[in-house]
Ligand binder design. Structure first.
Ligand code: SF4
Length: 375
């Protein structure tokens, strides 16, 4: 397939997840929803079901408001809204991890708001680095497995988990290589880049890997387009068409991201040592550089600056999801580190109910002008 055909395929999947779900169900597959972030997809994959990401949607909140106070992030609220509207009907269960207060509330509310789809909690430890953190994580996975077996009627086999972890490690590697190649291809728009990452949530990872590898080879064979203003984008979710179109209209190229729904997923592989379940638990415990993962040293901040510098990004754009406490706590630290590194940094606030991006447009245009002056 050509670059344009591959980008078209990623776009189709990214904008029509319901069609993807229906097609998988028609093939007789079981689907398990995975809420953000770091849900152990490999377990679901190993059982023969398809993990599908549930990051909410850009829609008006009607019914879910009765389950949440107004100050809960729109990702959690819109997941319940979609569930109550029947968009997820046909799936076997939803796994929701416990990594922030909104996610904890989401799980409890889901039980009452969407009783037709079983809720499976995954309780992660905050202190994940000591041995007891890994033991706790492994015990959590064992409980998720028991709940999944009950909800899907499928059985878990640890040998198959080893195969699935290899599939996920290969996907991680493909996404990391893609990110590096995209940094040298400004002709790929922010919207197209977003489609590639978003589509990964709705496809079997082995199928997504095959398409990504094809795209990487096709991009390597074509000359790079005209240079744009290079930025690093950070945040939880940056897939809104209203946002990516502004980035493209402003001539900004995303050369790297620190986005929870994008590159943060692909930084850590399952290690080689231990039983398959121990290796999966170790994968989570080895993760770092994320606002949702406890870290007194806040290594994420330095990673953002170092990546931006190494890729010649001219600035850092923080896309802050409204009412996201974990991200808000890091903003002053990131700003300070960027300032110390003479790296312009701008913050815009978004949520999944935004229909008017004009305020964000003004901030991004000003940021673009600032970066142009500093060149
Ligand atoms: S991390 Fe932030 S955006 Fe994600 S669910 Fe928690 S509060 Fe919402």
């Amino acid at each position: 397939m050509t670059v344009q055909e591959l980008l078209g395929r990623f776009h189709e999947v990214a904008v029509h997840p319901a069609a993807q779900k229906d097609a998988l169900l028609a093939q007789g597959k079981k689907i398990v929803l995975t809420a953000p972030v770091y849900t152990p997809e490999e377990i679901i994959h190993a059982m023969g079901a398809v993990p599908m990401g549930a990051w909410g949607g850009d829609l008006e909140l009607e019914n879910s408001k009765k389950y949440f106070p107004a100050f809960i992030c729109s990702i959690a609220q819109s997941i319940v809204e979609l569930g109550m509207k029947g968009v997820y009907e046909g799936v076997s269960a939803i796994v929701i991890p416990s990594l922030c207060d909104s996610l904890k509330v989401l799980g409890e509310n889901w039980k009452y708001a969407v009783p037709s789809i079983p809720f499976i909690p995954m309780t992660y430890p905050q202190n994940r680095k000591p041995a007891f953190g890994q033991t706790f994580t492994l015990a959590g996975y064992q409980r998720v497995i028991a709940d999944l077996e009950k909800a899907t009627g499928l059985t878990f086999d640890e040998a198959k988990l080893a195969d699935s972890m290899e599939v996920y490690n290969q996907h991680n590697a493909a996404m990391r290589e893609l990110t590096a190649v995209l940094a040298d291809h400004p002709e790929i728009t922010a919207a197209q880049r977003s489609d590639i990452f978003k589509s990964a949530w709705f496809m079997l990872k082995e199928e997504h890997t095959a398409l990504v590898n094809q795209l990487v080879e096709a991009l390597k064979a074509q000359p790079a387009g005209a240079a744009k203003t290079r930025i690093l984008v950070s945040g939880i979710l940056t897939d809104a068409p209203g946002l990516t179109s502004i980035l493209d209209e402003c001539g900004l190229q995303v050369v790297a991201d620190d986005v929870a729904a994008e590159s943060r997923q692909y930084r850590t592989d399952s290690p080689a040592e231990g039983t398959p379940l121990e290796r999966l638990a170790a994968k989570f415990c080895n993760m770092d550089h994320c606002s949702l993962l406890y870290d007194v040293e806040k290594k994420r901040v330095n990673l953002i600056v170092d990546q931006a510098k190494s890729l010649n990004a001219q600035g850092v754009l923080l896309v802050l999801t409204k009412f996201c406490d974990p991200e808000e706590f890091d903003v002053p630290l990131i700003r300070r580190a960027c300032q110390a590194a003479s790296l312009p940094c701008s913050v815009i606030e978004v949520d999944r109910q935004m229909v008017n991006y004009e305020q964000a447009r003004t901030a991004i245009e000003t940021f673009r002008d600032l970066l142009s002056e500093s060149m």
